[in-house]
Design a protein around this ligand. Structure first.
Ligand SMILES: *Cc1c(COP(=O)(O)O)cnc(C)c1O
Length: 382
């Protein structure tokens, strides 16, 4: 990597990861099964205080498998957060199911419980309730799960929590103790892609309170071989298990998760403190119901007040070797999903059109942060 370029969210790995990777290599288990996969799953389950977890080859694979486990099939409807990365909606399509997109609320930018309620009522009246509601915790922060769960409960619809970006976050809501992101629905999914808060270079995890679901996920992810002699198959399986080598990297990363969260929250606090006086610049709010990891620090730009468009800011920062990215285009604006039904969509359109993600990696130094801050300040009415 060029060391003068400030990346958006680069991997943060070092000696411990190297040692664990080599330990896995030397163990001879160069396969998607082995002691490091078992240990990584145990460590994740312990971290989340749940009985079991299944290590998989990617977050996308985990979402696909989770929907399959929840019984989603061709022609079924699945409600999905409109403001998300395309992988969430793609997993629905893999099964031939039909996504319906639900707008964000302003407090956390996650799925709006009121729009969800409206969508469920309409679907109930038309006798076409969704098979699953997929709620995405975006940019390291949980949605308002008490309110979202209450809506789903009215119609007994299971929740798939796409917590790909939110490992380390938690939700308190009306509960005495915080509940970790990923454990808030019936099944939760994490990603260990290179840009996430911890990485295995590529990988994912599926978690659930129901141990049988997790065991079935492991079995399906290893081609669903029948427990009889010979290779007999009655069920369609997948090749979705995580490599034992990569689980070694994951074990090392997980030990440092709390430090990674601290670092990203520190970056967010620093940006806020240094930029709050600029008119027309505001941050993704941290909702009162939980604690964000600040996986990405995201801002909103009011172009008239700030005196510069988000597009122009990206160009100016790029010219100074600072990676800065727009907030994703909502799913309902994607050519791939243009014909899909949606509820609302105006808020996430605005969040996207005015939104930017700032460099947020846990490898950022004070001088990197200062460079980002100076570059942004220089964009204000230049
Ligand atoms: C990264 C991401 C995924 C996909 O995870 P991969 O491991 O890259 O397949 C899914 N959903 C969201 C919200 C993500 O950010």
């Amino acid at each position: 990597m060029r060391d003068d370029l400030i990346y958006l969210s680069p991997p943060d790995v070092g000696e411990l990861e190297r040692a664990m990777l080599l330990e896995a290599f030397d163990s001879g288990w160069i396969a998607p099964l082995g002691p490091h996969v078992d240990r990584f799953e145990k460590a994740m389950a312990e971290h989340l205080a749940i009985p079991q977890a299944a290590a998989l080859s990617s977050g996308t694979a985990a979402l696909h498998l989770a929907l399959h486990l929840l019984g989603v099939a061709a022609g079924d409807r699945v409600f999905v957060s409109d403001l998300t990365f395309v992988a969430s909606a793609n997993a629905v399509r893999y099964l031939g199911a039909i996504p319906v997109f639900i707008d964000s609320e302003a407090q956390s930018w996650n799925m709006d419980p009121e729009q969800l309620g409206r969508a469920l009522e309409d679907a109930n009246r038309a006798n076409r309730l969704p098979k699953v509601v997929m709620i995405v915790d975006i940019f390291g922060q949980c949605g308002d799960f008490d309110a979202l769960r209450a809506q789903c409960k009215r119609f007994s619809i299971p929740i798939l929590e796409d917590a790909a970006e939110a490992l380390g976050a938690d939700y308190r809501g009306g509960h005495a103790t915080p509940q970790p992101a990923g454990t808030l629905g019936d099944i939760g999914v994490f990603s260990f892609n290179g840009n996430k808060i911890i990485t295995t270079s590529g990988g994912g995890m599926l978690v659930a309170d129901d141990e049988r679901l997790v065991e079935r996920a492991r079995w399906l992810a290893a081609q669903a071989r029948e427990p009889v002699s010979g290779y007999e198959h009655r069920t369609l399986g997948f090749n979705y298990r995580l490599s034992n080598l990569l689980a070694g990297v994951g074990l090392a990363q997980l030990q440092q998760l709390d430090l990674r969260v601290q670092s990203r929250r520190h970056t967010n606090a620093r940006y806020r403190q240094a930029l709050t006086d600029l008119p027309g610049l505001s941050f993704q709010p941290e909702a009162p119901w939980g604690r964000s990891t600040s996986w990405l620090s995201c801002i909103q730009i009011d172009r008239d007040e700030f005196g510069c468009t988000p597009q122009k800011i990206v160009e100016r920062l790029e010219s100074q070797k600072i990676q800065c990215r727009p907030v994703w285009k909502p799913m309902h604006l994607q050519p791939l999903y243009a014909e899909c039904e949606r509820y609302g969509g105006e808020l996430c359109e605005r969040l996207s059109a005015n939104g930017l993600c700032l460099p947020s990696g846990s490898t950022l130094t004070d001088s990197d942060r200062a460079r980002v801050i100076d570059a942004l300040r220089a964009c204000h009415r230049p």
